[in-house]
Ligand binder design. Structure first.
Ligand code: THU
Length: 160
């Protein structure tokens, strides 16, 4: 029996203002979009901003539904918007942030499992890694160079 140990690399920034100006602007775009969240059931606003290879910045927020599984995560919303509006353009960076109506979230919140798979599809489709930054309402910012850091042993669909 062999054992495979998988390590991931996460850059940790002490605070928002330690990001470089371009990344700070992307995270700020996500923060500005938080109020577009439709989250009456969880009171948990999530926003994602993406920087496309053509320089466009798009944002998306979580859109909930009384039938809970019909809700869409912020990351899913922005990926769908990017694919619908710019189907031939890769995404270079993504920033994700949250704001809870119940508590101050002072640590980074990272994409759910389904969104990790959605982001992977985008990377695979364009053969282009997406740098992902994550933060709560305040506190540290985590940054990974690709969704592969958050989703080891990916299912890429190569076998289909
Ligand atoms: N949510 C996101 O938008 N992104 C994630 O990666 C995690 C969860 C949303 C879904 C739901 O509207 C709310 O957060 C609470 O789960």
């Amino acid at each position: 029996m062999n054992e495979l140990e998988i390590k991931i690399k996460v850059k940790v920034f002490k605070q928002l203002h330690d990001l470089n100006p371009a990344d700070l602007a992307l995270m700020q775009a996500a923060k500005d979009a938080l109020n577009n969240s439709y989250s009456p059931y969880s009171q948990f606003k999530v926003a994602a901003a993406v920087l496309l290879a053509n320089g466009e910045i798009l944002t998306g927020t979580n859109q909930e539904n009384a039938s809970f599984p019909a809700g869409i995560c912020a990351e899913g919303t922005v990926l769908s918007a990017a694919s619908a509006m710019f189907p031939n353009v890769a995404i270079k960076r993504m920033a994700v942030t949250v704001k809870s109506g119940k508590q101050i979230v002072a640590h980074p919140v990272s994409p759910c499992g389904i969104c990790r798979q959605r982001i992977l599809e985008y990377e695979t489709r364009f053969s282009s890694d997406i740098e992902i930054m994550m933060m709560g309402e305040e506190g540290e910012v985590y940054s990974v160079s690709s969704i592969k850091q958050l989703l080891p042993l990916q299912f890429t669909g190569k076998e289909l």
